[in-house]
Write a protein that binds this ligand. Sequence first.
Ligand SMILES: *[C@@H]1O[C@H](CO)[C@@H](O)[C@H](O)[C@H]1NC(C)=O
Ligand SMILES: *[C@@H]1O[C@H](CO)[C@@H](O)[C@H](O)[C@H]1NC(C)=O
Length: 193
Amino acid sequence: MLSFQLIPLFFAFAAPLVSAGPPLFVRKYEGCDTSKAVMDLPPNQTTLVAPATAPLFVLLGVGVQNYTCSGTTFASIGAVASLFDISCLAGTSKFASIQNTAFNVWDHVPSSVPSTAIGPLVGAPYLDGFHYFVTSPLRHGYLAQMGFHLYRVAGDLASQVFRIDTVNGQPPTSCVAGSPPISVKYTSKYYLF
Ligand SMILES: *[C@@H]1O[C@H](CO)[C@@H](O)[C@H](O)[C@H]1NC(C)=O
Ligand SMILES: *[C@@H]1O[C@H](CO)[C@@H](O)[C@H](O)[C@H]1NC(C)=O
């Protein structure tokens, strides 16, 4: 199922980059013309406005959305995804549908295969970082390295991030009270401006 969900708050971080520690986010695929990476916002929404400039870069997210059973419906408790740089694919035939191609692979691999393995299988081998989102406390960030240190993306990287072309990731409509949390696989494109 292809849906067009947007991150409800497209977020802008004003905090300066923290210089200590490992790099926040390592670009491995630079210097591409992103002007062909036109971001099509869903026509039926009026909340968000696409920036007039080309994106700084575009990422393919491959990961899971996590939900807990709250009463008899699922509530989101976070997400984690590997982010592959697809900026240089803009303008190629792969670009428009890469989230579908990646989802078909991701959905069929055994559970032992990590999301980090999916990009290379669909022509997007450049793992730039990790998107890590938990709802409580609200944190939104990118992990630059394996391990679970959270680094917040700050002004240097991008001021606006749009998640569009999300495939799957939605929970079943209901759950049996007391059932354990679930992870639902998804893919998406992230446009950073
Ligand atoms: C826009 O349309 C898509 C696809 O039909 C739908 O999934 C989404 O909920 C709609 N969004 C809004 C804000 O109406
Ligand atoms: C989501 O669930 C996966 C297991 O499927 C776990 O590895 C990950 O840490 C969870 N992340 C969040 C943010 O809940």
